[in-house]
Design a protein around this ligand. Structure first.
Ligand code: URA
Length: 209
């Protein structure tokens, strides 16, 4: 997988435009995020290996592909990660799920950990980390540090919007972790928000603005 994959599917881009609009309601924002996450889940799992299995259709026997190899773990970076998690979980219901709680210190923009609960056998799973906004990259890089300490060694990062600064930070800290995003925006502002962006994803998703 390339270090950065931008999924420029027209359906995703259309829904993302609606999400960006300030006038979009909380309910619509949440629904659109869930819909996009289903489409992104398709892309983030595109290269998973398959093996052939003998099955019987009502008409005859056939060799048919099923997923092979390592199982999946989905890790949501709280709290906005949960918006992406829902759709991905729906597509991969057997995946184990973990949560990393990090908040961003508004002064330093550095991540502070407050929660960490992940499946025990991360080393034997393909780990998909979900967080809608890759902004400074500090929280994502810190979350991935923690996941690697917990044994994960096959990680991919799924987001909705990325800033060039965040992509560079991740490439520097975790060059082995591919990033899959729906769009790469222009830059960060002085508060670490993505421009043009969509605002605070957590606030828009949960209506806490
Ligand atoms: N987190 C958000 O929710 N939005 C941004 O633009 C940056 C970080």
């Amino acid at each position: 997988m390339d270090h950065l994959t931008i999924v420029d599917h027209p359906l995703i881009q259309h829904k993302l435009t609606l999400m960006r609009e300030a006038a979009t309601s909380t309910a619509s924002f949440r629904r659109l995020l869930r819909e996009i996450s289903l489409l992104l889940a398709y892309e983030v799992t595109r290269d998973l290996p398959v093996t052939m299995k003998s099955i019987e259709t009502p008409l005859e026997e056939m060799e048919s592909p099923v997923l092979r190899g390592k199982k999946l773990a989905l890790i949501s970076i709280l709290r906005a990660g949960n918006g992406l998690l829902d759709g991905v979980m729906e597509l991969i219901p057997s995946a184990r799920v973990g949560f990393v709680g990090l908040y961003r210190d508004e002064e330093t923009l550095k991540p502070v950990q407050y929660y960490f609960k992940v499946p025990k056998d991360l080393g034997s799973r393909t780990v998909i980390v979900v967080d809608p906004m890759l902004a400074t990259g500090n929280s994502s890089a810190a979350a991935i540090d923690l996941l690697k300490e917990a044994g994960a060694d096959d990680i991919r990062f799924l987001c909705l919007l990325a800033a060039p600064e965040g992509v560079a930070r991740m490439k520097d800290a975790h060059p082995d972790v591919p990033i899959i995003t729906a769009a790469l925006d222009r830059q960060l502002n002085e508060k670490g928000y993505i421009l043009p962006g969509l605002g605070d994803a957590g606030d828009r998703m949960f209506g806490t603005k």
